[in-house]
Each structure stands twice: as structure tokens, then as C-alpha cells.
Design a protein around this ligand. Structure first.
Ligand code: AMP
Length: 244
């Protein structure tokens, strides 16, 4: 049989098709390279508006970029000049929530000269209380005049009393022990400008609702209240609503 001939039309079409495939392959490779070298437009802590002392401490902690909750909450809290501003943030442990509220509180207290406790952070458990105080100590390592104290149950109260009498700027507390210290007249909340309820839902689950309410009522009306909660329980919303 005569050798089958490839029609010129088919040859040209085939050539065009190969060229098109080659072009697309090139485009795809370009795109892949772009994707692999693509750096997301992450914010830096400096862009969030924190002071040099905090930025240095954050760098020493090894934090490179703010976590999402920090990117949202830090500039928001820093931009609030008026007291009586409330924020409820849904955030679980491990999301970077301590820095999200801790850094703005430290930034705000930097320029306050009033004596006595100015910020209060409530935690449901002694472990979390110690962890928060430890984190805040780390963030404020270049602010030597700021004093942070953890007060929690299940430990000797006397050293806590002595530390409170010596003067502190930030109290990190479990509700029961703080109430005890308030009753003894050593924990003064009349100059508190920032209150944070960390793991608010857990605190209410553990039956601290009355204690938390009493503590909030002992703080000035002109203060900022921030609630961090993993869930939005009715009681959390009630507290937020009542003290807004
Ligand atoms: P937290 O939710 O506050 O308990 O934080 C969870 C963990 O994330 C802690 O070990 C923090 O030290 C760490 N962490 C918080 N913020 C950052 C950040 N921006 N970059 C890296 N690690 C962070």
C-alpha cells in the first residue's frame, strides 16, 4: 500500500498545538515559581504600633509575625483611648491570646504613673495564672519599672500579701484568692483601668460567676473590659452585656 501521507494541514495544526502546549507549560512553570516564592503579606509587630521595648522583647521571644488574633486585637486595643471600651474575642489557648491582650495592656501602662494596680487579669486556674504572669514578665523585660504579680489559691497567702503591699502594676489572679485579698484590704482595685477575663467561659463553668461579678464591680466604672473565651456561653454574654 502507498505510504500514508501526513496532510500539510494536519502537520501545521500539530505544530501549532505543540507550540501552544509549550507556551502553557512555560506559564504553568512561571506560576508555580511565583507560588513557591510567594511571601504572604504578613504584618510585623512594629506595624501594629508597639513601642521599642516591647518589640525588642518580642524579638527575643522568637516571635516573627503576629498571629491572627494578635493582628486583629492589638491595633484595636491600642487605638481605644476612651475608657469603658469592651471587647469579646473568641480565642482558644494556643492561638496567641495572651500576647493579644498583654502587649496592648503593657503598652498602655507604660506612660501611666499612678501608683497601685492598674490592670487586672483573671484566670480560672493557678496554672494559667502563672503562665500569663510569666508571659507578661517576658514581654515587659525591657520595662523594668513595671511590676507583675500572680496571686492564686492553693499557695501561702503571706508572700502574696507582702508583694501587694510593696506595690504592683498588674495583678494576674484566680478569682477566689483575689477576693480573699480584697477582703483583707491588701488588693486595691480603685485604680484599675484594664480588666481582662481570660478563658471567661471556663471561669464561669467552674462556678466563679459571683466572684467575677464582685471583682468587676470593685473596679472603677471607667475601665476597659476584655473577655477572651473559647465559646460564647450565655453567661459570658451576660457579663459582657451587664458591664458594657
Ligand atoms: P497562648 O494562646 O497565649 O497561650 O499562646 C500559645 C503559644 O504561642 C505560646 O507558647 C506563645 O509563646 C506562642 N506565641 C504567641 N504569639 C506568637 C507569635 N506571634 N509567634 C510565635 N509564637 C507565638
Amino acid at each position: 500500500p502507498p505510504p500514508s501521507k501526513i496532510s500539510p494541514f494536519f502537520a501545521i495544526s500539530f505544530f501549532i498545538l505543540r507550540a501552544k502546549i509549550g507556551f502553557f507549560q512555560l506559564r504553568i512553570r512561571e506560576k508555580c515559581e511565583k507560588i513557591t516564592t510567594f511571601a504572604p503579606n504578613m504584618k510585623t509587630f512594629a506595624e501594629l504600633g508597639l513601642c521599642e521595648e516591647l518589640l525588642q522583647a518580642i524579638e527575643e521571644q522568637g516571635y516573627e509575625h503576629p498571629m491572627p488574633v494578635q493582628e486583629e486585637v492589638i491595633p484595636w486595643l491600642l487605638s481605644q483611648d476612651t475608657p469603658n471600651v469592651d471587647l469579646i474575642a473568641l480565642a482558644q489557648t494556643g492561638t496567641g491570646k495572651t500576647a493579644a491582650y498583654g502587649l496592648p495592656v503593657l503598652e498602655k501602662l507604660r506612660s501611666v504613673e499612678a501608683r497601685g494596680p492598674k490592670a487586672l487579669i483573671l484566670s480560672p486556674t493557678r496554672e494559667l495564672c502563672l503562665q500569663i504572669a510569666d508571659d507578661l514578665e517576658g514581654f515587659s523585660k525591657h520595662m523594668p519599672s513595671l511590676r507583675i504579680l500572680a496571686v492564686y489559691g492553693g499557695a501561702n497567702i503571706e508572700p502574696q500579701i507582702r508583694a501587694l503591699k510593696a506595690g504592683v502594676d498588674i495583678i494576674v489572679a484566680t478569682p477566689g484568692r483575689l477576693l480573699d485579698l480584697m477582703k483583707r484590704g491588701v488588693a486595691q482595685l480603685s485604680n484599675i483601668s484594664h480588666v481582662v477575663l481570660d478563658e471567661a467561659d471556663e471561669m464561669l463553668n467552674m462556678g466563679f460567676v459571683k466572684d467575677v461579678t464582685k471583682i468587676i464591680e470593685a473596679t472603677p466604672k471607667e475601665r476597659n473590659l476584655v473577655l477572651f473565651s473559647a465559646t460564647m456561653h450565655q453567661e459570658v454574654l451576660t457579663i459582657a452585656w451587664k458591664y458594657q
